[in-house]
Design a protein around this ligand. Structure first.
Ligand SMILES: *Cc1c(COP(=O)(O)O)cnc(C)c1O
Length: 403
């Protein structure tokens, strides 16, 4: 490979799946959450590997994500977790995606669309009711349940297949809020039951809740984070055995020896302290390098760390500057990470153009255009490349035998 690429070890994903199902309550199944391109690993490849390993259900956020999985041969249940629109329903129903129902106002039209397609020979639309219990995002509030039941009673072409909720704080130490959410979920289900609406399946657990509340596994657990090899937060490490399937790599594309006092990068925030070598790698923040999602400090110490880091940066001292791995050594990024190029200060390390560098690229923000190489042990199974600069973007899934 040239440039920058990501190696995904599909065996590790499958092993994580086996580890998860070992800890499931009898009768519960793992719904693999492969939204956002399987957290950056590649939704099609990950879902294929998991389906082969016996996984029967998948979840995504959007209809398009579900359609891509179907187009690439995924046969299992595919639940769309996010809100959908009328324009998307016909395609979604034809592809037998399960939809999340979270708006009373959709029901009449969804019922009509489903009826029309039934007359063409497609099965009834299957929905999972999303119940709002404390996430404050999507779902039916307790006050809407009567209206929901009434609308569903007039919608015989919608089949309620499941009911679920999503936890806001399952990965945090305080368990009270999560328990309260679970109680509200049960209360809403009971209420719906008295109103004549029942659902065959129930599911509430994400990765953190799966680990902490085996008694809540119900029919499915919805797992993303653990499958891609991460623990959902501090305090969860080692609770089950996980392997990391992800390795982002780049190659040195320019190498220069420079004298002491050389400025590096935008705003000249970095200056070499002695004679050294600068190596350029073709990766930057447009690829997701150095980006973090919206993080809110978790308590006072965390807050202080953030303040200190920003204060030091004001004086040109970079604390926690990104580091990469070169020839087994940790080397630092020099100066600001650029849009598509980054400079490393590699000291007098003996290396050459083309040497591989391992970069800590956060999976969920890694640009989809970075090629993904899928591995089975040392063997390369396939490769996914989205061409640069081609609009609209198209995707090639190709089998290959060489790097
Ligand atoms: C993303 C998501 C999950 C998976 O959560 P993880 O903690 O990554 O396992 C489960 N349910 C819903 C509704 C989600 O949006």
């Amino acid at each position: 490979m040239t440039g920058t690429w990501i190696e995904v070890d599909l065996d590790a994903v499958v092993e994580n799946y086996h580890e998860i199902i070992k800890h499931l309550r009898p009768g519960a199944r793992c719904m693999a959450v492969v939204k956002a391109d399987a957290y950056g690993l590649g939704a099609v490849e990950v879902a294929r590997a998991l389906e082969q390993a016996g996984c029967e259900a998948f979840a995504v956020t959007k209809v398009d994500e579900g359609l891509i999985l179907r187009e690439h041969g995924i046969k299992g249940i595919i639940l769309v977790l996010g809100p959908t629109t009328k324009a998307e329903w016909p395609e979604a129903i034809k592809a037998e995606l399960h939809l999340t129902l979270s708006e009373v106002s959709w029901i009449k039209t969804l019922n009509e669309v489903s009826l029309e397609l039934e007359q063409e020979g497609f099965p009834k639309v299957k929905v999972h009711l999303k119940l709002e219990t404390g996430m404050g995002r999507t779902g039916f509030w307790p006050s809407e349940l009567a209206e929901l039941a009434e609308a569903l009673a007039c919608a015989p072409h919608i089949r309620v297949e499941g009911a679920y909720t999503h936890f806001a704080r399952a990965a945090q130490k305080d368990k009270q809020f999560t328990s309260a959410q679970y109680e509200r979920f049960q209360a809403s289900l009971a209420r719906l039951n008295t109103l004549g609406i029942s659902s065959p399946w129930q599911h509430v657990c994400n990765s953190a809740a799966f680990l902490d509340y085996p008694e809540w596994h119900h029919d499915f657990v919805r797992i993303g984070t653990l499958l891609v090899g991460h623990y959902p937060g501090p305090g969860f490490s080692g609770k089950i055995k996980l392997r990391d399937p992800w390795a982002a790599k780049s190659k040195i594309s320019q190498l220069r020896k420079v004298p002491k006092g050389t400025y590096v990068g935008y705003q000249s925030i970095y200056r070499t302290k002695s004679e050294t070598q600068l190596a350029v790698i073709p990766v930057g923040y447009a690829d997701g390098f150095g980006l973090v999602p919206h993080l809110v400090p978790q308590g006072g110490i965390d807050f202080l760390k953030i303040v200190l880091k920003n204060f030091a940066a004001l004086f040109g001292i970079s604390i926690g500057q990104e580091r990469v791995e070169l020839k087994g050594q940790s080397v630092r990024v020099a100066g600001k990470i650029g849009m598509q190029l980054t400079v490393l200060d590699i000291g007098m390390l003996n290396c050459s153009l083309g040497d591989e560098v391992r970069i800590p690229l956060r999976r969920t923000v890694a640009n989809a255009r970075i090629p993904r190489i899928y591995r089975h042990g040392e063997q390369i199974l396939s490769k996914r490349v989205i061409k640069e600069g081609v609009l609209p973007a198209y995707t090639e899934y190709s089998s290959m035998t060489e790097t």
